[in-house]
Design a protein around this ligand. Sequence first.
Ligand code: PBG
Length: 330
Amino acid sequence: MYFPTYRPRRLRQSEALRSLVRETELSVKDLVYPLFVIHGQKIKNEILSMPGQYQLSLDNLDKEIEEIVSLGIPAVLLFGLPETKDEAATEAYAEDGIVQEAILAIKKLAPELLVITDVCLCEYMSHGHCGVIKDGEVLNDLTLELLAKTALSHAQAGADIVAPSDMMDGRVAAIRAQLDESGFVNTPIMAYSAKYASSFYGPFREAADSTPAFGDRRSYQMDPPNAMEALREVAMDIEEGADIVMVKPALSYLDVIAAVRSEFDYPLAAYNVSGEYSIIKAAAEKGWIDERAVTTEVLTSIKRAGADIILTYHAKDAARWLKEGNCLCP
Ligand code: PBG
């Protein structure tokens, strides 16, 4: 009877053996936790479509930040809900804008915690699009100016990294030039380079109140069937000065993460987006899946595909589980 000399099961006999040869290890140091900040006081609105996630007013940040720091999560990603929206996204780059004030507050509470800011206009525009609109069209080059202003105002407030998520052409170059001109040569840019026009952003748009009032984002975000185009987007952002590149969403785009990983030697982030989170939460609430095991498997798969950094709403839960011991067992 024929037996192979190599038996893959030999190395699977015990947890000690399995962990000795394990290729991918999730770490809390890989995780970035998104936060939604809002004007007002004593506000902690649970986001209905994202159980466990909240819109927080600044006076409620202290407990949240303390928890994030004590869990060892190295960075947060800020999204803001403005007081007023208009057609020039004025609050996006206002000195007393919600994100600018949140940066100051967080830096006071925890100077070591990295503050990454999402640079986009959609939450601040009355029409909910990521750029300036004229005759129903999103104008690329006019938008760049506002994005650069926004990124600069975040850097001035103390942001450690700015992360443009708008998908306008040339925005990394515009932001880099503006930051450099103003003396922020050391502020890194994390570019949402391959950001797809995805239906998985649905719950986020409730959280950030950023649903476009008309049309959709397909004239600027990428067409989901395209992978080679993602490599062009990443190459372009690197050429324009991106320090970290990103693929978003993560799970339906693991092939894109892997392709970018093999093609470029830049730090690579992946955004495990709202819909991906909500699906797990909903199934877990129904008792259909084991939340901890499924979440750990999902986050590990994103890292295995090649991401160095994972932006995820699961960050606090994952950090807690990792502290208890990295259990990959179902
Ligand atoms: C802003 C932005 C979006 C997300 C991050 N930044 C929404 C969008 O592009 O419509 C999505 C995040 C998520 O779904 O978790 N442009």
